[in-house]
Design a protein around this ligand. Structure first.
Ligand code: BGC
Length: 456
């Protein structure tokens, strides 16, 4: 892989270490859980059969779907996405899962780079709007923070990113404490400290007035409705002090925006660049971060396509494929040691939101149809951990559905309930019917629940 060195260097520069960068684990409950299979069609449509592949691993000639019986399930291409196999307490990567076979990869995004962008975006907004932001004029810029899941790496990184940029973080075990504070209107909480921002020679205190994990009574985390209720409670007890709202994702951010902050003109900052959040920037939503889901969804299917075609894994990624699809260095990094592709994040604010209005649009440099003769149809089993997850259902899955056609992949989409792995694994009853697998675990510790099925 030509770009390996560059990518590794970039990765090092960006501080990607052997900890989970993409996602952490969580136990998400939620509604739903139905099989959202939309393109379910068993069977082989393999156009130009180039002969049965042997092991899907170092597979040379790609076999068609009908040949999948000849490839052991344990040797078929496997991609983990959005939730990186890792220990949900320590963040340590599960390298056994990440190197399950020669064609195993992870696709996610650089959580630390994105978190830093989110914090910086908020800080810059405060500085630029200093004359009007302090609504009650008390010299304290107060913000509230919606935390997605206290055991999820993405959520932890985003909480830290906000606290770091605003100077409210304090160190715990060598990193910024990411614990929720409950309420902290007097600035006495021990998990955070008051920060300060100096603009035009004047110093303002910055205070995290309140933060909590948005978990509902059934146990669903990243829960938008809980966030909508929380802003109701917070605003009725200390509404005038709230000058800024920060949220670990747009689902929760939009819920707070619609419930309160839009009417009260309090800027709200989320993460994911879902289409509804981007549109809301025109109405006062402060900003969001694109985790380049268009690149992630492409990579998720592309690594499978390449393995099935028996070509270099960099094909159509760092090296143009036969249709001209190629990604540039500024949208992803590959960390070979971690077997992981990380999309890079971009801040979306009132300056540039017009470029991000449709979060389900394929990324133009990789939008060209693959030839069905050279890249015959293959069957992929793919699950979404929680069919109700705002980001995965409104942004990621629609993107996957656009790319699967372009790559001649027939994908069965399985939607989980966000609570139990078995709800999903029960629907992987016959892996022999598929040529490849794409897995989004409920909890990042649980990779073995899936690999055990593939190893049988
Ligand atoms: C997204 C969240 C989402 C989570 C699910 C994160 O990358 O930002 O919105 O709930 O993935 O794993």
């Amino acid at each position: 892989m030509k770009r390996k060195l560059v990518s590794m260097t970039l990765a090092l520069m960006m501080g990607i270490s052997l900890t989970a960068c993409g996602s952490g684990g969580d136990d998400k409950p939620a509604a739903d859980g139905g099989n959202t299979s939309t393109e379910d069609q068993a069977g082989d449509t393999g156009a130009a059969d180039e002969g049965a592949g042997d092991t899907g691993a170092a597979d040379e000639g790609a076999g068609d779907s009908g040949s999948s019986a000849e490839v052991a399930n344990k040797d078929k291409p496997l991609v983990w996405f959005n939730r990186q196999p890792s220990n949900s307490s320590t963040g340590e990567l599960d390298m056994t899962a990440l190197s399950f076979n020669e064609d195993t990869y992870y696709v996610g995004f650089d959580a630390n780079q994105g978190a830093e962008l989110q914090g910086t975006m908020i800080k810059e907004y405060i500085e630029a709007n200093i004359d009007s932001i302090d609504r009650n004029g008390d010299g304290v810029i107060g913000y509230v923070l919606a935390i997605g899941d206290i055991g999820h790496n993405d959520s932890i990184a985003r909480t830290r990113g906000v606290r770091k940029a605003l100077g409210t973080g304090i160190e715990k075990d060598g990193d910024i404490n990411s614990d929720p504070v409950g309420t902290n209107t007097d600035g006495s909480a021990s998990a955070v400290q008051d920060g300060s921002i100096e603009v035009n020679g004047k110093t303002y205190v910055v205070r995290e007035l309140a933060s909590q994990e948005m978990k509902n009574s059934a146990g669903a985390t990243w829960d938008a409705a809980t966030a909508g209720n929380a802003i109701g409670t917070w605003s009725s007890s200390f509404g005038d002090s709230i000058d800024v709202i920060a949220s670990n994702n747009d689902g929760m951010g939009m819920s707070m925006f619609n419930a309160w902050s839009k009417d009260n003109k309090v800027p709200t900052f989320g993460y994911d660049a879902n289409s509804d959040a981007v549109a809301a920037i025109a109405e006062g939503y402060g900003g969001t971060i694109s985790q380049h889901a268009d690149v992630q969804a492409y990579l998720t299917l592309r690594v499978l396509r390449n393995a099935l075609d028996g070509v270099d894994i960099d094909t159509g990624i760092g090296t143009a494929d036969d249709a001209g699809n190629v990604l540039s260095d500024d949208v992803f990094v590959y960390n070979e040691e971690q077997r992981s592709y990380y999309a890079l994040n971009v801040a979306v604010t009132s300056d540039n939101y017009n470029d991000f209005t449709d979060s389900t649009k394929v990324y133009e440099p990789v939008s060209k149809q693959l030839d069905a003769g050279a890249h015959p149809s293959k069957k992929v089993w793919l699950n979404i951990y929680n069919a109700s997850d705002n980001f995965l259902s409104s942004t990621y899955q629609p993107l996957l559905q656009n790319y699967d056609d372009l790559m001649n992949l027939e994908v069965d989409y399985i939607g989980g309930d966000g609570q139990t792995e078995s709800n999903i694994t029960n629907r992987l009853g016959n892996p022999g019917q598929y040529d490849a697998f794409a897995i989004n675990m409920v909890k990042t510790d649980n990779a073995a629940s899936y690999t055990a099925l593939l190893s049988q």
